[in-house]
Design a protein around this ligand. Structure first.
Ligand code: CA
Length: 468
C-alpha cells in the first residue's frame, strides 16, 4: 500500500478514534470470527481434497484467504485444545492436559482461573465477545464463559450435546451427574436454561451466530462459534441426510450430513457479514479442535496417519483456514507449520491488545508470514505432550519426532517425503533425533503436571457406535 494512503488511513483512524473509539471500521479493530468444528477430519473439507462432502462455504474461507496445510492444535482431544486456542498458550504449561469431568461444583475442573482468555483481552479494548456453541472449559459458575471474558453465551457448558431438542431432557446444570447427562441439558443463554426449540442443534447455533453479528454490526466484535458438530452422537435431520443418499456407509452418511449442516451455517454467517458490509474488515479463522476419530464418527484424516487422541499427524493437524480481505492475501496456500496458538497472537498483534507479561503467548502473529513480509518458519518447532500417555511429538521443519506412548523409543519421520509417517528414520538419522530430543526436553521442563483429574481417554471411546 502506498505510504500516502497509509498516512491518510492513519489520519482517518485518528479522527475516528477521537469521536468513536470503538468504531468497527477502524483498520486496527477488525471484527473477529473464530469458527471451530469438533472432531472434524483433516480430509473432510473441500479445501483439503474432500470429494464426497461438499463444503463450499468453508472452502470459500480458504479461497478468499489462506489455506494452512500444516495447521496444528495444541492437543489431540477437545478441552485442552480449546484451552490452548483461547489462552494463546500451550495448555500443558498450566496443567490443562485432560478433558475435565462435568462437575458443576468443582471450580478446578476446567480452565485454570489463573489464565487470561482472548475474550478477557479483547474486552479491555472494547470488543463485544460472544461464544456460541460448546464451551468445555468447566461447568462451575466461576468457570462460566461470562466469567472468562465473554459478554454473551448461547450453547452448552459440557463436552458435547445431543442434536434433537426432544432429547434435551434435563433443565438444570446440577441435574447432570455425568458427561453423558450433560449432553441432554437444555441449552443455555448466558446463565439461563433455554426451553428446547424445534430446531436441529447446528441450525440453532447458526441462527444465534447470525443474530449476534446483526446486533453488533456497529461495534467491533469477537464471535467464537464453536460448533459441537460433527462430534458424536451421530445425529442429523432428513434435510441434510437427503444430500448424501449416495453414501452407503451409514456412519459416513450421517457424519457428512452433520458437516453439511455446519457448512450451511458458515455460509449464513458469511452472507450476514457480506450483507452488513462487514466482510472486508472481518478476520475469520476456521479450524477443527482435533483430528477425526475415524472409527467413531466416520471422519477421515487421509493422507495423515492416526486419529483423534494420537500424536500422529491425524491427531492434531487439522483443517485450518483464515480470511481477512482487508489484510490477508486471497487464494494462498501456506505450508509451513502454524498453530491454533497463532490465532490469539495474530489478533493481539493487529489490535495492539494489552497482554499480561506474566503469561507470555506461545503463538506468532501470522500476518507478516501470510502476506510475504516475513520468510522462514513462524515457529522454531511445534510441540505436543500427552502427560497421561507419556506421549510426545516435536515437529521442526520437515522432521517430526514421535513418542506414541510412555517408554517408546523415539521415532523420526520426514513429513516432506513421508506425510503418512510410515518410515521411521530414527536409526538412520540419530543426530536429528538427538536435536529434537533436546528441544523436547527443554520444552518439557517448562511444563507442569495436570491440575485436575479429568476423564480418562479410554480405548472403549474408540468403539464404533451405530448411526442414529
Ligand atoms: Ca474434539
Amino acid at each position: 500500500m502506498p505510504h500516502r494512503r497509509l498516512a491518510l488511513l492513519a489520519l482517518l483512524g485518528l479522527a475516528a478514534a477521537s469521536v468513536l473509539p470503538l468504531r468497527a471500521a477502524a483498520p486496527d479493530r477488525p471484527n473477529l470470527v473464530v469458527i471451530v468444528t469438533d472432531d472434524h477430519g483433516y480430509a473432510d473439507v473441500g479445501f483439503n481434497g474432500c470429494t464426497d462432502i461438499p463444503t463450499p462455504h468453508l472452502d470459500s474461507i480458504a479461497r478468499r484467504g489462506v489455506r494452512f496445510s500444516s495447521g496444528y492444535v495444541t492437543y489431540s482431544v477437545c478441552s485442552p485444545s480449546r484451552a490452548g486456542l483461547l489462552t494463546g498458550r500451550y495448555p500443558q504449561r498450566f496443567g490443562h492436559e485432560r478433558n475435565p469431568r462435568f462437575l458443576p461444583a468443582d471450580r478446578t475442573a476446567g480452565l485454570p482461573l489463573s489464565e487470561t482468555t482472548l475474550a478477557d483481552t479483547l474486552g479491555k479494548i472494547g470488543y463485544r465477545n460472544a461464544i456460541v456453541g460448546k464451551w468445555h472449559l468447566g461447568a462451575h459458575p466461576d468457570l462460566h464463559p461470562l466469567k472468562r471474558g465473554f459478554h454473551e453465551f448461547f450453547g452448552m457448558l459440557g463436552g458435547g450435546h445431543r442434536y434433537f431438542p426432544a432429547e434435551y431432557t434435563l433443565r438444570e446444570t446440577a441435574q447432570a451427574k455425568s458427561e453423558a447427562d450433560s449432553y441432554r441439558l437444555w441449552l443455555m443463554r448466558n446463565h439461563e436454561p433455554v426451553p428446547p426449540s424445534d430446531q436441529y442443534l447446528t441450525d440453532e447455533l447458526s441462527d444465534a451466530a447470525v443474530g449476534f453479528i446483526a446486533r453488533h454490526r456497529d461495534t467491533p466484535f469477537f464471535l467464537y462459534l464453536a460448533y459441537n458438530a460433527p462430534h458424536a452422537p451421530l445425529q442429523a435431520t432428513e434435510k441434510y441426510l437427503s444430500r448424501f443418499s449416495n453414501l452407503t456407509d451409514p456412519r459416513r452418511r450421517t457424519y457428512a450430513a452433520m458437516v453439511s449442516a455446519v457448512d450451511d451455517g458458515v455460509g449464513r454467517v458469511l452472507a450476514e457479514l457480506r450483507r452488513l458490509g462487514l466482510e472486508e474488515n472481518t478476520l475469520i479463522f476456521f479450524l477443527s479442535d482435533n483430528g477425526g476419530p475415524t472409527t467413531v464418527n466416520g471422519s477421515r484424516n487421509t493422507p495423515l496417519r492416526g486419529n483423534k487422541g494420537d500424536v500422529w499427524e491425524g491427531g492434531f493437524r487439522v483443517p485450518f483456514a483464515a480470511q481477512w480481505p482487508a489484510r490477508f492475501p486471497a487464494g494462498r496456500t501456506y505450508d509451513r507449520p502454524v498453530s491454533s496458538l497463532d490465532i490469539f497472537a495474530t489478533i493481539a498483534a493487529v489490535t495492539a491488545a494489552p497482554l499480561d507479561p506474566a503469561r507470555p503467548l506461545d503463538g506468532v502473529n501470522l500476518l507478516p508470514f501470510v502476506n510475504g513480509q516475513k520468510a522462514g518458519a513462524p515457529h522454531a518447532a511445534i510441540y505436543l505432550r500427552k502427560f497421561d500417555q507419556g506421549a510426545f511429538a516435536v515437529r521442526r521443519g520437515d522432521f517430526k519426532l514421535a513418542i506414541p506412548k510412555r517408554g517408546d523409543t523415539p521415532q523420526l519421520f520426514n513429513l516432506a517425503s513421508d506425510l503418512g509417517e510410515t518410515k521411521d528414520l530414527a536409526a538412520a538419522q540419530a543426530s536429528v533425533v538427538a536435536e529434537l530430543e533436546a528441544l523436547r526436553t527443554a520444552w518439557n521442563a517448562r511444563l507442569v503436571e495436570p491440575v485436575f483429574a479429568g476423564l480418562l481417554e479410554s480405548p472403549a471411546a474408540k468403539k464404533a457406535p451405530k448411526a442414529k
